[in-house]
Design a binder for this molecule. Structure first.
Ligand code: MG
Length: 286
């Protein structure tokens, strides 16, 4: 019989967050359960075994430790990998199949050279499918002809679950309030750096989003969490969103409001002809 010395490490971290309405809400993270045992090896010496969530460290039996699925990456980092849902590939078919306006009709945004361009007063571009936690890739370009300044230059935005905005704006040598510049979680968190390319050039966002979780009474159990790369540069690292990102006057944004597990991807019509291409998404667990 092996000598068994078992210890069990179970931690419950309760972090207190200040909710957008000023109330305190708790969120919980349960770390993996780690169990250790000492067994006597074939040579008579003790061998330490660790089990993480019931699986032995360096387990080689695929029945006990299934290997991750194989995914073929795209040729370049921005290309959709084999398990991505392609939401826009530059074609009219792709646009019509996956997108409409935000009023339930066909979009009036226009196709230009394999990109889809925002049309003023045409409303937002809204994905027909809805998503929760996800990895989203998209590419955008603000107009090469520079007009306006501040929030008026190349403004659009991408909304997760139809409501949480990552700002799109031409901030190449164009100042605005930092929590509203390109890559900002609008009104809530400024990007770590300004990684903007010049107007007219294609830029990428890679967004890793975990949806917020709500309790039975609509309270925030876990806030939304964003990790974002702009042109491959990290601009948000596991940022917990402190509330909603909707406009609530010049110096306020909306609070969290409970909503469903899924919502559409929205691209904003802010009156400026911003173009988009190569949009794909991978669904993630919560
Ligand atoms: Mg915007």
């Amino acid at each position: 019989m092996p000598v068994v010395k078992s210890s069990r490490l179970l931690l419950l971290i309760v972090a207190t967050l200040v909710g957008s309405a000023g109330s305190a809400v708790a969120h919980e993270t349960t770390p993996p359960e780690i169990v250790t045992e000492t067994r006597v090896g074939d040579d008579g010496k003790d061998v330490l075994y660790m089990f993480i969530d019931g699986v032995k460290v360096h387990e080689t039996d695929p029945a006990k430790q299934p290997p991750p699925p194989v995914v073929a990456p795209g040729e370049s980092a921005g290309d959709p990998p084999s398990d991505a849902i392609v939401l826009f590939d530059g074609t009219a078919e792709s646009l019509g199949a996956n997108w409409g306006d935000d009023r339930g009709g066909a979009t009036k945004w226009r196709l230009v050279d394999g990109a889809v361009e925002s049309v003023a007063k045409a409303g937002y571009l809204q994905s027909k499918r809805e998503f929760g936690s996800c990895q989203l890739h998209l590419e955008w370009a603000s107009p090469s002809e520079v007009k306006g300044d501040g929030q008026g230059r190349g403004n659009s935005g991408v909304f997760l679950q139809g409501r949480y905005e990552v700002q799109i704006l031409d901030n190449f040598k164009n100042a605005t309030y930092p929590d509203g510049q390109a890559g900002a979680l609008y009104g809530r968190a400024k990007p770590l750096v300004n990684a903007c390319r010049p107007p007219g050039e294609w830029q990428s966002y890679d967004i890793i989003f975990k949806r917020p979780l709500f309790g039975a009474d609509g309270e925030v159990v876990r806030p939304a969490i964003f990790t974002v790369l702009h042109n491959g540069v990290l601009i948000h690292h596991h940022v917990e969103l402190s509330g909603g990102t909707g406009w609530a006057g010049p110096h306020a944004v909306t609070p969290y409001e409970p909503h469903g597990d899924r919502g559409p991807i929205l691209l904003q019509d802010h009156g400026n002809p911003v173009r988009f291409r190569n949009i794909w998404i991978r669904e993630l667990g919560d």
